[in-house]
Design a protein around this ligand. Structure first.
Ligand SMILES: [Zn+2]
Length: 222
């Protein structure tokens, strides 16, 4: 009988996954494992599996799935992870998800729940796109959340507002399309396994965190 809890957080860019993972980890006493942090640590540490990852990163190449999985497994076998972990940014695709399940099964461990933080495309576009910046004083504006008083002009200095290429609706839309293409099979996979917990990701950070914690307490905590 296991007495740990392993959670995966899924969500599109802009869904607030990293923030939620940190809050929920603290609330439930789990270790927050962000693959971004693992990669950064690998660059500093540079021994064993980390050294392999490092050699790819230094060449500007994507770290292969096998190496990412090894790093994750090494991290979760550390003593501080005994009561469980919350994954943020991993698995990214079906291959990683299957490899993770297989590796956990070998240690008589498993993923308990997969929280999918659902935010509508409209809201994601609002959060990620629609940013405008003043050419003169760099004050940021947002079309919906903090528009300037006069369209295209800075409230503070009257300077011209412009959009960075990353912030245009078209670029943001493309990023979301890529994300959903990769994630749709994951959502299917965990739904079939009876592990998916869909959470409404719209609203304040604390509200969403409350929904996640309540959902997990109801369904996954024995
Ligand atoms: Zn300005």
């Amino acid at each position: 009988m296991r007495n740990n809890l392993n959670i995966i957080l899924l969500g599109a860019p802009g869904a607030g996954k990293g923030t939620q993972a940190a809050v929920v980890a603290q609330e439930l006493g789990l270790v927050h494992i962000a693959t971004g942090d693992l990669f950064r640590q690998a660059l500093e540490k540079g021994t064993g599996v980390a050294a392999q990852a490092k050699s790819y990163m230094e060449k500007g190449l994507l770290v292969p799935d096998e190496i990412t999985i090894k790093m994750v497994l090494e991290r979760i076998s550390a003593p501080d992870c005994q009561s469980g972990v919350i994954f943020d940014g991993f698995p990214r695709n079906l291959k990683q998800a299957e490899a993770l399940d297989k590796a956990l099964a070998q240690k008589e461990d498993a993923i308990d729940k997969v929280v999918y933080i659902k935010v509508s495309e409209k809201e994601l576009l609002e959060r990620l796109g629609g940013r405008w910046i003043c050419r003169k004083c760099q004050t940021p504006y947002h079309e919906v959340n903090s528009p300037p008083k006069v369209w295209g002009k800075c409230d503070k200095c009257g300077g011209e507002l412009y959009q960075r290429p990353d912030d245009t609706t078209e670029t943001v839309k493309k990023r979301l399309v890529v994300y959903f293409e990769e994630t749709a099979p994951l959502i299917d996979y965990y739904t079939k396994a009876g592990k998916l917990l869909e959470i409404d990701g719209e609203g304040a950070v604390e509200e969403v965190a409350g929904r996640i914690v309540r959902g997990l307490r109801k369904e996954a905590i024995r």
